[in-house]
Design a protein around this ligand. Structure first.
Ligand code: BDP
Length: 596
């Protein structure tokens, strides 16, 4: 799925700003056709942004169901004869889009883009009323899953297994764009190396054209110089003296795809890509043939006021801190991140483990850490066929969005599912197969939970790279780093026997900024430092360990629970991005590790 852009044949209008806003308290909006008139009331909400932390009325924060957004949009007058599309970068977790009275799109899955062709319902130069009903409900048919509890007094509350606040709204930009009727529909680029040359396998799909439409492609380097060209809809190009996309040094070429009809330019789209290879060999992940060691974090899109809303200022601050601390990579825990963040990683050489929103597929943890009901994970009403169908769609849409990104070196198709049981294998086998079919060029992984240790996990052998989250010294053996060190080493030696590369994708300790002790006391900054040091000593002793992603980059908001004081405090930075002592310790550790 191509990200909209301006080109010689395409135009783009950004629809962000303050929109009319209303809460559908009684779930009447869709039936009563709220799209057909201006929304009642005087509330406004920002796009992009989460709705939850904005209003003084706490019921809005806690509402389970639909929020409505609305604004007027004028179609540029020059767009006559073009196809006109509306694109939402996300609607969390479900979006229904109306142009005036008419429904034009409906999409489930809160972290991936969707669009609709609205040409038949609008006119160049005229205005229309754009309404979007956003539903924040999580059920066993959604990814991530959740459960809505209907109380005797009529209240509805949302439960879910994952450990981050269920922020909702229009978290990313909304666009109106024009595209020619005959157009480039999709582009796939896969790169390789051949000595000092880069090879570029490309495939272009077109749509809406007549039979005689012709595709041509040119590759431009960062200076805009043409370095290769082709005259078919698919083929292999060679870039002599290629500049590789490298960790820490992103370099992007552009594949300019042109579609001609009767010799006239019908459409033009410029797809950026980087030339790099990824490969798993033995216990290593090789990028461009070199062993890569991951330093960095599992992150969250999470900020004061904005919730999960995207902001360029916050994004750039986060990336500056990542650079400062010597992080070379991140995991998009626990959902696909905004396309702006992904573009930044492509441009700057930040290595990404790209994760679906399949988090909380685990009824076994629920009774443990996070509190909640028990019962089997893979059973009707919990994780069942409807969950699997959504999970498949998540994988398809994520790969469709991110397949051309050089930054993405590994797919993570789930975080901490219940893989201590046999049923997990039946659930995951087809999903792994699907991921490989959709993208044979990248390794596939998932993130393993501590309750399915080496030897007990029923699915690890299906994957190329093992990712594990461990909390020895925190949830297990809290405050006892001596025992924790022994347990951790014992388990990692078990994983080493799988003969695959292993990344520690989470390890961390809740830490209250400013709290200190001369003793090894949990929650202090000192304990966080000792805890991380202990893990690092162990990693350095075990061959299969090829990466360390601390949990988490920054403190973040969670649902309420006795184990959370104003959220999860495992950040190396506070929620407002001030460093804890651990941040400086990590900066030193990663400088050493990366030889900087
Ligand atoms: C892991 C989860 C992560 C949590 C973390 C924690 O993957 O989302 O926030 O533990 O408890 O289980 O801090």
């Amino acid at each position: 799925m191509l990200r909209p852009q301006t080109s010689p044949t395409r135009e783009l209008v950004n629809l962000d700003g303050s929109w009319r806003f209303a809460v559908d308290w009684d779930r009447r909006g869709l039936a009563d056709g709220w799209q057909s008139a201006p929304l009642e009331g005087r509330l406004e909400a920002p796009v992009p942004g989460s709705v939850n932390d904005l209003f003084h009325d706490e019921r809005i924060r806690d509402h389970v169901g639909y929020y409505w957004y609305q604004r007027e949009v004028r179609v540029p007058r020059g767009w006559d004869g073009e196809r006109i599309l509306i694109r939402l970068e996300s609607a969390t977790h479900e979006g229904t889009v109306f142009v005036d009275d008419r429904k034009v799109a409906e999409h489930r899955g809160g972290y991936l883009p969707f669009e609709a062709d609205i040409t038949e319902h609008v006119a160049a130069g005229e205005t229309f009323r754009l309404s979007i009903a956003v539903n924040n409900e999580l059920t066993n048919a959604s990814i991530p899953p959740g459960e809505i509890v209907e109380h005797e007094d009529g209240r509805r509350t949302q439960e879910y297994k994952h450990d981050f606040f269920n922020y909702a709204g229009l978290h990313r930009s909304v666009w109106l764009y024009s595209r020619p009727a005959a157009h480039v529909e999709d582009i796939t680029v896969v790169t390789d190396r051949d000595g000092s040359s880069g090879t570029v396998d490309y495939r272009v799909e077109t749509s809406g054209g007549s039979g005689d439409a012709e595709v041509s492609v040119r590759v431009l380097d960062e200076a805009g110089k043409e370095v290769a060209q082709g005259s078919d809809a698919s083929g292999t190009l060679s870039i002599p003296d290629v500049t590789l996309w490298q960790p820490g040094a992103g370099y992007l070429y552009r594949l300019v795809v042109e579609l001609r009809s009767d010799g006239q330019l019908a459409d033009s789209y410029s797809q950026s890509f980087g030339v790099r290879t990824v490969e798993v060999r033995g216990k290593q992940v090789l990028i461009n043939g070199e062993p890569f060691y991951f330093t960095g974090f599992g992150m969250h899109e999470d900020h004061e006021t904005l919730g999960k809303g995207h902001s360029d200022a916050h994004m750039i601050q986060d990336f500056q801190l990542l650079e400062w601390i010597n992080a070379n990579s991140l995991r998009t825990s626990h959902y696909p991140y905004s396309e702006d963040i992904m573009d930044y990683c492509d441009r700057h050489g930040i290595v990404v483990i790209d994760e679906t929103a399949a988090v909380g597929l685990n009824w076994a943890i629920a009774g443990g850490i996070m509190g909640g009901e028990e019962g089997g994970t893979f059973e009707p009403g919990h994780v069942d066929d409807s969950t699997a169908a959504s999970h498949r769609r998540e994988i398809e849409e994520l790969i469709a969005r991110d397949k051309n990104r050089p930054a993405v070196v590994l797919w993570s198709i789930a975080n901490e599912p219940d893989t201590a049981v046999d049923a997990a294998r039946d659930y995951f086998e087809p999903l792994v197969r699907l991921t490989r079919e959709l993208d044979p060029s990248r390794p596939v992984g998932f993130v393993n939970v501590m309750f399915a240790p080496a030897g007990r996990c029923t699915v690890s052998d299906l994957f190329d790279v093992l990712m594990i989250n461990r909390y020895y010294g925190w949830y297990v053996q809290p405050g006892d780093l001596v025992s924790a060190e022994q347990s951790l080493e014992k388990e990692l030696r078990g994983w080493d026997e799988y003969g695959k590369p292993v990344i520690m994708t989470e390890y961390g300790a809740d830490t209250v900024a400013g709290l200190h002790s001369i003793y090894g006391q949990p929650f202090t900054e000192d304990y966080q430092v000792s805890f991380l040091d202990m893990y690092h000593r162990v990693f350095d002793r075990v061959e299969c360990m090829i990466g360390e992603h601390v949990w988490n980059f920054a403190d973040f908001q969670t649902k309420y629970g006795y184990a959370r004081v104003d959220g999860n405090k495992k950040g190396a930075f506070t929620r407002d991005r001030r460093p804890k002592a651990a941040a400086r310790a990590l900066k030193r550790r990663w400088a050493d590790k990366l030889g900087r």
